[in-house]
Every structure is written in structure tokens, then in C-alpha cells.
Design a protein around this ligand. Structure first.
Ligand code: GH3
Ligand code: MG
Ligand code: MG
Length: 197
């Protein structure tokens, strides 16, 4: 039974958690963070120019690349309460409980660097190696907003990272015009906040 439950929550290709596990876990973490007033951070990680990678190296090569990237993400993000999941296609998501904006930004930057340092050849792009772009968002959850708004904010930041040239991170900010109207109901923290210990 334990094995079946494990299979039902794991992505078959990469071995990290699947989308279903993420969809179950995020609202739980959201409620827990709301109860105690902790910050909650989300990273959305999208491989750059992955269509071109598949075109060049074939779908099996793309699958192998996805596995390597997933392993790297799971190596960098490994605190017991963190979750790394395959969000869909060549996109991964990380949920980081009790993580301030500054902490989330540092983890995202380490992750971006670790993926680039893998040096997976990608001859179809100028840098010659596989890279990823990362969108970062943090909030202290409140009853006025929904978990999906935090993911939407990270997605807006990811879009900004792509637009600004890829192989970079971007942090959601309420002043960022990329944030769609209405997202401001989520309290996005522009500066580090103190967490009671
Ligand atoms: P960008 O830098 O803007 O993210 O460009 P991109 O090419 O990475 O983005 P796009 O969304 O156009 O392409 C994503 C590609 O990911 C297309 C799809 O075939 C590939 N892909 C999605 N899931 C899988 C998978 O499971 N295996 C493989 N090999 N490829 C996948
Ligand atoms: Mg994508
Ligand atoms: Mg991509």
C-alpha cells in the first residue's frame, strides 16, 4: 500500500513528486503558514529553449535531460519540508515553507547556477549549455487570497525572467507591471522579514 501511494504521487519520468502531489500539498502548507503567520515561497523553474533541445537531440535525449535537471533541483532543494514537483512538461515547481523573500531568492540563484554548471550540451543556443529560468514569489498567506495567486505571481516572475534573457531568476514584486491586476491581493514582500523562532 505504501508503495502504491508512493507511485500515485511520483512523476514516472523524473522521480520527483507529481503535479497531483503538489496540488494537494500547496493548500495544506498555505493553511499552516496562515495559522502561524509564516512566509511561504514558491519557485517555478522552466528549462530554456527546450523545444530546440528536443529538436536537436531527440525526445529520448530530452527525457534524459529532464531527469538530470530534476535530480539537480532535488539536490539543491532538500530541507525536509520543501517539496519539488514536476509542474508539467519541462517545468518544475518548488514549495518552500518558512522561507523569506531573501531566502527564496538565494535558493533560486543557487539552483540556476547549479543547472548551468551541469554543462549539459545544447548546441542550438548561444551559451552552448542547458539553462533554466526561475520565477520566485513569497507571501504570508491570509484568508483574503488563494494559493493559486502565489503560483500566478511566480509565473509572472518567470515570464519576466524569460523576457529579460533567460538563464536568470526574477522575483515577483507588487510593483512589477508583469503582475496581473488582482494579484496584489497577495501580500508580496519586497524585503526580508523576520521570522519568529
Ligand atoms: P522557453 O525558453 O521560452 O521556455 O522555450 P521552450 O522551447 O523551452 O518552451 P516551449 O514551451 O516552446 O517548449 C517546451 C518543450 O518541452 C516542448 C515539448 O515538446 C517539451 N517537452 C514537454 N514535456 C516533455 C517530456 O516529457 N519529454 C521531452 N523530451 N520533452 C518534453
Ligand atoms: Mg515551459
Ligand atoms: Mg521552456
Amino acid at each position: 500500500m505504501v508503495e502504491l501511494a508512493q507511485q500515485a504521487s511520483t512523476d514516472g519520468l523524473t522521480g520527483v513528486a507529481n503535479r497531483r502531489r503538489f496540488d494537494e500539498m500547496l493548500p495544506k502548507e498555505w493553511r499552516r503558514a496562515m495559522r502561524v503567520g509564516d512566509p511561504l515561497s514558491v519557485l517555478l523553474i522552466d528549462i530554456d529553449h527546450f523545444k530546440a533541445f528536443n529538436d536537436r537531440y531527440g525526445h529520448p535525449g530530452g527525457d534524459e535531460c529532464l531527469r538530470m535537471i530534476a535530480d539537480t533541483i532535488a539536490t539543491v532543494i532538500r530541507r525536509p519540508h520543501d517539496l519539488v514537483a514536476r509542474y508539467g512538461g519541462e517545468e518544475f515547481v518548488a514549495v518552500l515553507p518558512v522561507t523569506t523573500p531573501e531566502g527564496a531568492k538565494q535558493i533560486a540563484e543557487s539552483l540556476r547556477a547549479a543547472i548551468a554548471a551541469l554543462g549539459v550540451p545544447h548546441a542550438a543556443v548561444p551559451g552552448g549549455a542547458v539553462t533554466a529560468s526561475i520565477g520566485v514569489a513569497t507571501t504570508i498567506p491570509s484568508g483574503d487570497s488563494l494559493p493559486a495567486s502565489l503560483v500566478a505571481a511566480a509565473d509572472g516572475a518567470l515570464y519576466a525572467a524569460k523576457r529579460n534573457g533567460r538563464n536568470r531568476i526574477a522575483v515577483a514584486d507588487p510593483l512589477d507591471p508583469a503582475s496581473p491586476p488582482g494579484e496584489h491581493a497577495v501580500m508580496l514582500l519586497a524585503s526580508p522579514i523576520r521570522v519568529a523562532s
